[in-house]
Design a protein around this ligand. Structure first.
Ligand code: AMP
Ligand code: ZN
Length: 118
């Protein structure tokens, strides 16, 4: 638990969340400001600032995160329709919370992945 990290506090149960899954490595909960019918955040229980701090030593966490994402896509009813699994790294990507998190988004057509920024 890292002081002043909102996601560490969610993992610890110190601030409320709509948690949908938790195991010894991973917690998943609903995004407070969803952009689609399903918008979950899948995060490691270990405090890691972003994907940029992750590597081969985190293979177990990353593998579990992918499995949990795919399982949740099934339980959310979007395994066939499709979904997106995204992480933002740093300012240009718009990372707002510096505890690495994967957005699992779906339940509607999501449009193109890359848009021109003027
Ligand atoms: P990012 O821009 O990739 O850092 O995404 C941060 C995400 O965390 C945003 O989609 C927020 O809506 C979400 N968020 C922030 N605070 C909370 C919270 N207390 N519970 C659930 N989601 C949150
Ligand atoms: Zn944290």
């Amino acid at each position: 638990m890292t002081d002043n990290c909102i996601f560490c506090k969610i993992i610890a149960g110190d601030i409320p969340s709509q948690t949908v899954y938790q195991d010894e490595l991973i917690t998943a909960f609903r995004d407070i400001s969803p952009v689609a019918p399903t918008h979950l955040l899948i995060i490691p229980n270990q405090h890691i600032a972003s994907l940029a701090q992750m590597g081969e030593e985190h293979a177990a966490i990353l593998g579990r995160a992918v499995k949990v994402a795919n399982d949740l896509a099934v339980s959310e009813g979007m395994a066939e329709s499709g979904y997106r699994f995204i992480t933002n790294v740093g300012p240009d990507a718009g990372q707002a919370v510096f505890h690495v998190h994967f957005h699992l988004v779906g339940g509607r057509p999501l449009g193109g992945m890359v848009r021109r920024v003027e």
